[in-house]
Design a protein around this ligand. Structure first.
Ligand code: 5GP
Length: 192
């Protein structure tokens, strides 16, 4: 059976780098590309990192029922288009969604067996340093993201797996191990 993996974690924790490093260690997996209304950061590529869309396009997609889930995060809209996820599942591919908590809760209502993984920073101070080093956020945006991170970390206990992104290579191995463990379990179940 094709599985859905939801990966959450505060902005700045390094999810993108981690997922990019991990992907070659997985097989038969589709990584969903989200829509966002925020502008690209330096180095981000349209249709690879995100699909960068306008507010009006985003609202229209919601109205037409084309979004699996969507959420506001620090005044920006983010969401998962439904069709590519459904298509991948139909083809028997496992799906990875890199989304925040509200999105996770919406997806769990539709796909109850989705596997939830939370990536935590070694500490909140380290998270602040990583966001500052990224040099893409104003002081106000940094504070917004830090406040959001504190709430996300307090509530992370209801994720099925929690791991710390400390050393990036070790963390990428660990994340691939977690995902492969569930894939193997699901494939063993399908054989019975
Ligand atoms: P960033 O602006 O740092 O790339 O992302 C901000 C937050 O939005 C992160 O926690 C990220 O996981 C989340 N996010 C990215 N794409 C989606 C999406 O499609 N849906 C939801 N609900 N959250 C998303």
């Amino acid at each position: 059976m094709a599985e859905i993996f939801i990966i959450s974690g505060p902005s700045g924790v390094g999810k993108d780098t981690l997922i990019k490093k991990m992907m070659p260690k997985l097989q038969n997996v589709f990584l969903s590309v989200s829509y966002t209304t925020r502008p690209p950061r330096k180095g981000e590529i349209d249709n690879v990192d995100y699909r960068f869309v306008s507010d009006s396009f985003f609202r229209e997609e919601i109205k037409n029922g084309n979004m699996l889930e969507y959420a506001d995060y620090c005044t920006v809209c983010y969401g998962t288009p439904k069709q590519p996820v459904e298509q991948a599942l139909k083809e028997g591919r496992h799906v990875i969604l890199k989304i925040e908590r509200a999105g996770m809760e919406s997806v769990k209502k539709v796909y109850k067996d989705a596997i939830t993984i939370f990536i935590a920073p070694p500490s909140l101070e380290e998270l602040r340093n990583r966001i500052i080093l990224r040099k893409t956020d104003s002081d106000r945006a940094i504070e917004d993201r830090m406040n959001k991170a504190k709430i996300e970390m307090e509530k992370c206990g209801d994720y099925m797996e929690i791991m710390i992104n400390d050393d990036i290579d070790t963390a990428a191995d660990k994340l691939a191990q977690i995902i492969n463990k569930y894939i193997e379990k699901s494939e063993r179940g399908a054989d019975k």
